[in-house]
Design a protein around this ligand. Structure first.
Ligand code: 26Q
Length: 777
């Protein structure tokens, strides 16, 4: 038995005793989590400090991100330490089932893909010894918790994720920095989260800033019995990191959001300047020789003017500071959709960060002098993406097709001026969490056929391709069946719905957005439902359609779609005529931990955005790695998934980017509605009383068929792609009957997923953008 494990157990028991006065067996899940977390922190502390020191002398990279969706840390940390099974065993011997920690809530300091990508990157960098640290914000409330009311509405509840403590971070008050605003100065207090590498003693760091007041209590006001005002400064400071903005994919011009972005930028850069001086002395002109900063979208783009400001405050000229900044920063774009691009009104910005605005304007003048025709400031508005391209070394998209669209379309003029800056870095996912941890059964099966090492070197998984035969397919199908049984238990517990693991599991899990077309999915289900009742699909293999998605709280259309899906689910699930054929489940509070249950059980992965809208997607990769076939458009990373696994092993449908561009100006959804009676009947259920209707559903109906003042009808081409979508969906359903042929497709997906390891992605960032090499131990 591993010595480490026994120590951790011993320390856990000691912590429980002296902080809660309980035994291992008496401890609540929260108490056990707290104590075990502290014990693990003790166990890794030497490795952590050694890792920091070893990195010190060389060039390092920093990931600046407003979001980190790290999920539940307790299992993944034990997993990466290689002791998860042993610890489970040790606890079991003492009558404690570590599964009780399933009650522990996720760290959800992110919305979706962009935040989860940041977490995967940190895992990959730590595991491959790449010297990368993360900087972010420690929101008091992460992404809201979601439930559904009796009508099927999304209800949001605050995610008070630290209410039982936070054993996975250390508060480092001695590294506190001050961040100045015109009307107050706040403290940014760092909390360091260790990023434990897999199969290495390297431990990386995620440093999260929490805002606090310099003076928590105004004693003058207090003495005058003005108790509320006595706390003004405290609240005003703490407000800044109070809550994560729950929008993904739409930009919102809120002043508090500027403050968040500025705190992230300023605090992180001040911290880097401090460590620079310790390691390399006072010659700040050499800053970029040692530090590279990756901007995770434009959310931290105020770092660019802020670095220039800080360097000028140390005596550097504007031109020299500009050059340092340009060599330091690179920018990753995560969206092609106009409404997501950050454009800040200068007046609003000036009222919060006046000096930053002055510097942006100075940069803009320089740009317009050098490149008339390009701009950062236009109509008194700062375009943060343009700023990031201009004062940066590289800009990259997150899948081949996305990076191409950036060059051809969104940033065409910029590509013309700076072609050498444009790169692609196709996204990836960490195989530790998304295979090893969430699917130990499949991991073990793969190990038996290709040996160990593939969780660290996913290229090895390709070795499976030669071993796909009836034997391994049967084995794979048995694993899939087991994961479905486990998921059924989870769904029974959390949703109170009983599912049958013999059904096909068809899964769409991602944020709720019109462009992701959950509406197209549910319309096809309604269509299938009616056809089944008419006996028109005699050989239909029983299928459960699973949805998991949160809507931004202010996004009325997305909320209407959730409600409609829930109403359809209720109708179908209560209809005995289809009980043995069809189920629809919309799980509540889809998050990282739920994903870890759903993804291994999926047969079909729905990736159905219109071509040219989803930058990459990463859920598509997680589902592929766990042996689901993709039912998808040629959008984002789906293109590369089909390339890697072979188109014959996916269900690709719909218009391509070129085809959409060719028809979009003349496209009339109503013509399709008029000519396709099955689709018409499905769409009519939005308004005809088949399920309870309401104004918002009527609005969805009209948006599909008539358009609105701001969008033409069916902006996301639901009707355009519908027929080929349904064809592909029904084809997959027929193909499933041949369990060997279908299982072969699934295994081909598993065996072809190597490219989508975030280890590969992060290595490419290191080599091609940051120009850094792994630390040697
Ligand atoms: C911006 C300003 C104000 C408030 C919120 C925001 C905001 C927050 C989050 C804007 C966008 C986001 C998140 C975007 C996102 O998750 N994009 C996804 O990034 C993934 C990783 O690259 C891709 O796989 C997805 O295709 C992309 O949608």
């Amino acid at each position: 038995m591993n010595n480490n494990c026994l120590n951790i157990l011993k320390w856990t028991e000691a912590q429980l005793k002296y902080t809660y006065d309980v035994s291992l067996q008496q401890a609540t899940p929260q108490e056990l989590h707290e104590a075990l977390g502290q014990a693990v922190m003790m166990a890794i502390s030497d490795d952590w400090s050694r890792s920091k020191k070893t990195r010190m002398p060389n060039r390092k990279a920093y990931y600046f991100s407003a979001e980190y969706l790290i999920g539940r840390l307790v299992y993944s940390n034990l997993f990466n330490l290689g002791i998860l099974d042993e610890m489970k065993e040790l606890f079991a011997q003492r009558g404690v089932d570590l599964a009780i920690l399933e009650d522990i809530e996720d760290d959800a300091l992110g919305n979706g893909g962009l935040g989860r990508l940041a977490a995967c990157f940190l895992d990959s960098a730590a595991s491959t010894n790449i010297p990368l640290s993360g900087y972010g914000l420690r929101y008091k409330f992460g992404l809201f918790k979601q439930s559904f009311d009796a009508e099927g509405n999304q209800v949001e509840n605050a995610d008070d994720w630290t209410k039982f403590g936070d054993p996975w971070s250390f508060r480092r008050y001695n590294h506190t920095v001050k961040v100045k605003f015109p009307d107050h100065t706040v403290l940014a207090v760092p909390y360091d989260v260790p990023i434990i590498g897999y199969d290495t003693s390297n431990v990386g760091t995620l440093r999260l800033w929490q805002c606090e007041a310099e003076e928590e209590l105004d004693f003058n006001a207090f003495n005058n019995q003005d108790y509320l005002r006595a706390l003004d400064a405290k609240n005003k400071a703490e407000d800044i990191t109070r809550v994560l903005y729950p929008n993904d994919s739409t930009w919102e011009g809120k002043r508090l959001r500027i403050k968040q972005q500025y705190v992230l930028s300023s605090a992180s850069l001040q911290d880097m300047l401090r460590t620079f001086k310790i390691a390399h002395g006072n010659d700040l002109s050499r800053f970029a020789e040692f530090y590279a900063v990756q901007l995770n979208d434009t959310h931290p783009a105020m770092s660019i003017p802020e670095l220039i400001r800080l360097l000028m405050a140390e005596g550097m000229s504007f031109d020299d500071a500009f050059n340092v900044a340009q060599k330091t920063f690179s920018y990753t774009n995560h969206t092609v959709m106009g409404e997501a691009l950050e454009k800040w009104p200068l007046d609003l910005m000036r009222s919060v960060v006046p000096e930053i605005v002055d510097i942006i304007c100075r940069i803009d003048e320089k740009l317009k002098w050098e490149h008339p025709g390009l701009f950062i400031v236009k109509d008194n508005t700062a375009h943060m993406a343009n700023l990031s391209i201009y004062v940066g070394s590289y800009i990259n998209g997150v899948a081949e097709i996305h990076s191409q669209i950036l060059k051809d379309d969104c940033f065409k003029d910029w590509y013309y001026a700076f072609p050498e800056r444009f790169q692609n870095k196709t996204n990836g996912i960490t195989p530790r969490r998304w295979l090893g941890l969430c699917n130990p059964e499949l991991t073990e099966m793969i190990r038996q056929h290709v040996g160990t090492g593939f969780l660290k070197n996913l290229e090895l998984i390709g070795g499976l391709k030669d071993q796909i035969n009836n034997g391994t397919i049967v084995e794979f199908n048995a694993v899939k069946r087991k994961k479905k049984e486990q998921l059924c238990a989870v769904i029974a517990k959390h949703e109170g719905v009983m599912l049958n693991p013999d059904f096909i599991f068809d899964v769409q899990v991602k944020r709720l957005h019109e462009y992701k077309r959950q509406l197209m999915n549910i319309l096809s289900i309604v269509d299938i439902y009616f056809r089944l009742k008419e006996g028109r699909l005699p050989d239909f293999h029983p299928t459960v359609y699973l949805f998991g998605a949160k809507s931004a709280p202010g996004y009325a259309r997305a909320k209407a779609i959730i409600r409609y899906i829930n109403r359809v689910a209720k109708m179908i699930n209560n209809d005995p005529a289809v009980a043995d054929k069809l189920k629809v489940v919309f799980v509540q509070n889809y998050n990282c931990s739920y994903a870890e249950h759903i993804i291994p059980a999926a047969d079909i992965s729905e990736q159905i955005s219109p071509a040219g809208t989803e930058a990459s997607g990463t859920g598509n990769m997680k589902l592929m790695l766990n042996g689901a076939v993709t039912l998808g458009t040629l959008d984002g990373a789906n293109v590369e998934i089909a390339q890697e696994a072979g188109k014959e092993n996916e269900y690709i449908f719909g218009h391509t980017v070129e085809q959409i561009n060719a028809v979009k100006d003349t496209y009339r959804s109503r013509d399709i509605y008029d000519s396709n009676p099955d689709l018409r009947r499905a769409i009519n259920t939005l308004v005809d009383g088949t399920v309870p209707t309401d104004d918002a559903q009527r609005e969805l109906f009209h948006a599909l068929l008539d358009g609105t003042s701001w969008h033409k009808a069916d902006h996301y081409f639901v009707l355009l792609d519908y027929a080929s979508y349904l064809d592909a969906k029904l084809q997959a359903n027929r193909d499933y009957a041949d369990r060997l042929a279908f299982g072969r497709k699934c295994l081909m997906n598993v065996a072809s997923a190597a490219k989508f390891s975030s280890d590969r992605t992060i290595r490419q960032y290191a080599e091609e953008i940051w120009h850094i090499t792994p630390t040697q131990y």
